[in-house]
Design a protein around this ligand. Structure first.
Ligand SMILES: [Zn+2]
Length: 114
């Protein structure tokens, strides 16, 4: 399952940072997910909760997911836009030919520890 491996990556990264900060527990984990990454937020929360079971330092932690919008760049005039808003047509030249520049990534943003 896609979400399970992502949840694992998030937890590994958070564990690493917790050690670096020498914190006793993790309060909040902030991540950003591209609108096109195919990640179901609900599913990710579900997998996350399964994986942190039995991990004391994660017991009270919360996973905060922010969705990052889909941005493409027009191949004709270089305008960057969100195709959801503009129905795939470039607002600069009305062409429908673009390259994805943001929207399918997963970013670890920050961590709140105690
Ligand atoms: Zn254009």
């Amino acid at each position: 399952m896609h979400e399970l491996s992502i949840a694992k990556r998030i937890i590994d990264k958070a564990s690493e940072l917790r050690e670096e900060y020498q914190a006793s527990k993790i309060i909040k984990i902030y991540i950003k997910i591209g609108a096109l990454s195919g990640v179901e937020q609900e599913n990710l929360h579900f997998c996350y909760n399964i994986l942190i079971e039995g991990m004391d330092e994660f017991k009270e932690s919360q996973l905060i997911i922010e969705e990052k919008e889909w941005i493409v760049k027009c191949n004709n005039c270089g305008t960057e836009y969100n195709p959801d808003v503009h129905l795939l047509l470039c607002p600069g030249c009305q062409m429908n030919s673009s390259t994805l520049i943001s929207g399918d990534e997963l970013d670890f943003v920050s961590l709140e520890v105690e």
